[in-house]
Design a protein. Structure first.
Length: 496
């Protein structure tokens, strides 16, 4: 008899990449401190809403004997040395898992990754740098991108909005009145709807303005989806692609993040309990929706700090531009194929949306594995991603890994950690992870990278690893000079 369960291991995810223009944002406190050239308008913002079905499950039959976690901040992973760019880190989490039962157990794994997965821009067929191995056999993996998660949020939010409007006959009639006229001829109907929302329904002016714009935009037909919500993100690649493109319409001009925030904000006006749904998912995983970092000097966890380089605001396609900043920029694609009325609506939406869309960037790996009866197997998840920048002095490049899912197993052995950094690069791990002193003891070599090892005492919360930005850049320049010297010597030898 075949048993099947749903388990979710985690590491925690990247916000989708799209350009921006301008630097205007609203002021209002933040999930991380964002320091703009003209001040610090970072804001706490509004959380995205996700279906509670993405919360993890618990496994009681399989045993994790140990986890070997290896993180490499190395030059060898860089596809192209760039002295101004962050490290391209490699993460490998190998689990040794035992099935002590007399029956095979098939498991669905979900593995969310905080921030981004590296995709080489130089490959002929760009593919995310992710690999799942069961023993030595590679396992097929579906990547549920942050864009697909955005799509799920928009789909659920739009259903909530539609149902709420249908239940209010007066509201429904007012919206139909707007939709039955040409956009340029319905100013009176728009004012009547606005007055009904603010006077009768007691909405604030910003939310009322958002619904007025919603009434006048065409997002396409609301497609019906199966009631099994888990089927959305565990479904086929084609379904995920559909979700990524659904419920955008002309709002594609302001980007998927702001479009998703728009739907989520309106849904929360009708159904306030949806407000904390996304936050509760991160809580369930043991993560934090706020962007955080380890302080390079103290080892303490604190809000991440970013100082925006004014020059970078004019380089939206720069390879290393931090995409989490995009949600904090009011961006309207000047080349978008929208009418003047739709463009006006987009501007009104940007003006009236709450300050910041706080969506901790996340991708989810989904794969299935079958453990034979009475067997012990290794399961390895590996991926590459750029470390993110923290600009509090001394500035650093960081990586975050969530340990908490280890607590979802009835039996989960030690987590052994190995961190590799280039020789001479300053390294720091967060103290809150309960890392033993052994991690700070370098295995001295005459040459080569520095290797730090340790055993994590805590199996909850998040692990943060950081390297000093200045010493990293110095090491990169050393490599560049070394490569240049080698090339010169090679050319000289060939010329002889």
């Amino acid at each position: 008899m075949k048993n099947k369960t749903q388990i979710f291991l985690i590491a925690i995810a990247v916000i989708g990449f799209y350009g921006f223009a301008g630097s205007s944002v609203f002021a209002n406190g933040g999930p991380f401190m964002l320091k703009y050239p003209n001040g610090d308008p970072a804001a706490k913002g509004v959380l995205a809403r996700l279906d509670p079905g993405l919360k993890p499950g618990r496994e009681t039959r399989l045993r994790v004997i140990k986890e070997d976690l290896k993180v490499t901040f190395g030059h060898e992973h860089m596809p192209k040395i760039n002295t101004e760019g962050p490290p391209l880190t490699n993460v490998s989490a190998q689990y040794t898992i035992e099935n002590p039962t007399n029956e095979p157990i098939e498991v669905d794994f979900g593995f969310p990754i905080l921030r981004g997965i590296y995709v080489s821009p130089f490959a002929m067929m760009p593919t995310p740098d992710v690999k799942i191995l069961f023993g030595q056999k590679q396992v097929k993996c579906t990547i549920i991108s942050n864009s697909a998660i955005y799509g799920i949020i928009r789909q659920r939010a739009r259903e909530i909005i539609k149902n709420a409007i249908n239940e209010d006959q007066k509201l429904n009639n007012l919206i139909i009145a707007i939709q039955s006229k040409n956009p340029q001829d319905c100013e009176t109907e728009r004012k009547i709807l606005y007055a009904y929302l603010t006077d009768t329904m007691k909405w604030n002016q910003q939310d009322a303005a958002l619904l007025v714009e919603y009434a006048g935009l065409d997002f396409g037909k609301l497609r019906s989806h199966p009631p099994d919500r888990m089927g959305w993100w565990m479904g086929s690649d084609s379904r995920l692609i559909e979700l990524m493109n659904d419920n955008l319409g002309p709002l594609a001009a302001i980007g998927e993040q702001k479009a998703t925030q728009f739907f989520a904000q309106l849904a929360s006006c009708f159904k306030p309990e949806t407000t904390a749904a996304y936050d509760s998912i991160f809580t369930a995983w043991g993560g934090d929706v706020r962007e955080r970092s380890v302080d390079l000097e103290t080892g303490e966890i604190r809000p991440r700090e970013i100082t925006v380089n004014p020059e970078m605001l004019n380089k939206p396609t720069h390879l290393y531009t931090d995409t989490t900043i995009y949600a904090r920029i009011d961006y309207l694609d000047p080349k978008a194929n929208v009418t003047e009325n739709e463009k006006s609506s987009c501007k009104a939406i940007l003006k009236n949306l709450p300050v910041i869309f706080t969506f901790a960037p996340m991708n989810i790996l989904h794969y299935q594995v079958k453990f034979p009866a009475k067997s012990t197997q290794t399961l390895t998840v590996s991926y590459s991603q750029y470390a993110y920048s923290d600009t509090r002095s001394p500035s650093s490049y960081q990586l975050a890994y969530v340990l908490h899912p280890a607590s979802f197993w009835k039996e989960f052995g030690p987590i052994n950690l190995e961190v590799i950094v280039p020789e001479g690069v300053t390294f720091r791990a967060s103290d809150n992870a309960g890392i033993e002193a052994g991690l700070a003891q370098k295995k001295f070599r005459k040459s080569g990278p520095d290797i730090f090892t340790g055993k994590l005492k805590s199996k909850t919360g998040e692990l943060y690893l950081a390297v000093d930005a200045a010493s990293w850049k110095k090491s990169v320049k050393k490599v560049v000079l070394g490569e240049l010297k080698t090339k010169v010597q090679t050319v000289a030898q060939q010329a002889k």
